[in-house]
Design a protein around this ligand. Structure first.
Ligand code: DAH
Length: 339
């Protein structure tokens, strides 16, 4: 009897099972009513009285051991089948390294967002333009220096195919295709034939705004500019308009904001004046409206244009324009927190 118990124990120790069904078959073989351990119990009555104590104890131990083995095999088989699908829905996701947004994109979105709150919608135009949209419709005289080969990139032998030098061309694209009221904001890349340095580049970015409706006045322009300046640079910001000249606006002005480095007292950043220039603006010249088929007796409007690089420099103090297009990851990563 004791021999038989030892044999069974050895068998149980050597057991293995590949699936839960196999474990169940083993359970039936050893632990069910007709199983091997029950068979030993049935034989127990034939054990001589003086061995009963020893054999009884051995059978009990065997039964416990068999139960433990079968349970262990069952757990093993269950974890195998879960592992087979490699799917653990409770596991947390692997961390993904986030990129950063380009500082010019960040500032462009901030500008658009401010004008959107005033009812402006985004309009875009082509970067490859013709003379009419970039210059002629905007009142540039035929011999205006801005048309000069020094400034404008002509990209074919045809002098009517050129890269736009400003986003004001989008104004005329929209004015010739839509009826007033027009309230648009036009972000885009522009090109000028300039030597690349810390302060100039052959391409840069502008945002243009145009508002045409009945009875639009200079007061509307001024209020829009003040709202923009305070939203962009903070509520303490003051603005100043200086008379200027652009062919497509009359009157024209340049807007300065109070220098937020020195609070207007004068420092090296604002060259001691307390003011920094940020954009050009004015009332749309009636000749421009007429060129685009808009009745200048019925409608008036204002326009403004600014360089995104310039605004970004003011906000984030980027000293060298070239950093914007070099894609140096160390520079770009500085804007991770600026989302
Ligand atoms: N287009 C001008 C430039 O590139 C900027 C500008 C000035 C745009 C005055 C305007 C404006 O709409 O009214 O320098």
């Amino acid at each position: 009897m004791i021999e038989r118990i030892k044999e069974l124990r050895a068998e149980l120790e050597a057991l293995s099972a590949a699936s839960e069904q196999e474990v169940e078959a083993l359970r039936i073989k050893y632990l069910s009513k007709k199983g091997a351990v029950s068979a030993l119990m049935n034989d127990f009555r034939n054990v001589p009285a003086e061995q009963k104590r020893e054999v009884g104890q051995a059978i009990n131990e065997l039964k416990n051991f068999a139960t433990e083995r079968i349970n262990a095999l069952r757990e093993e088989a269950a974890s195998h089948s879960a592992g087979a699908s490699l799917l653990d829905l409770t596991r947390s996701a692997a961390p993904v390294r986030l990129g950063t947004r380009h500082p010019l994109s960040l500032v462009r979105e901030q500008i658009i967002d401010i004008f959107r709150r005033l009812g402006f919608t985004v309009a875009e135009g082509p970067e490859i333009e013709d003379d009419w949209h970039v210059f002629e419709s905007l009142n540039f005289a035929p011999d205006h220096p801005a048309r000069d080969m020094q400034d404008t990139f002509f990209i074919t032998r045809n002098p009517d195919v050129l890269l736009r030098t400003h986003t004001s061309s989008v104004q005329t694209r929209v004015m010739t295709s839509q009826k007033p009221p027009i309230r648009i904001i036009c972000p885009g890349r522009v090109y000028r034939n300039e030597a690349i340095s810390a302060r100039a580049h052959c391409f840069f970015h502008q945002v243009e705004a145009l508002y045409i409706d009945k009875n639009v006045t200079f007061a509307d322009l001024r209020q829009t500019l003040l709202y923009f300046a305070r939203e962009m640079f903070g509520p303490q910001t003051d603005i100043r308009l200086r008379p200027s000249y652009f062919p497509f606006t009359e009157p024209s002005a340049e807007m300065d904001i109070s220098c937020d480095l020195c609070g207007g007292k004068g420092c090296s950043f604002c060259k001691g004046t307390g003011w920094v220039e940020i954009l050009g603006c004015g009332m749309v010249d009636p000749a421009v409206l007429e060129a685009c088929g808009i009745d200048s007796k019925e409608y008036s409007g204002f326009a403004l244009g600014m360089g995104i690089e310039r605004i970004t420099n003011l906000k984030y103090r980027v000293k060298d324009l070239r950093l914007f297009s070099e894609n140096d990851i160390r520079f770009l990563e500085e804007f991770t927190a600026a989302h």
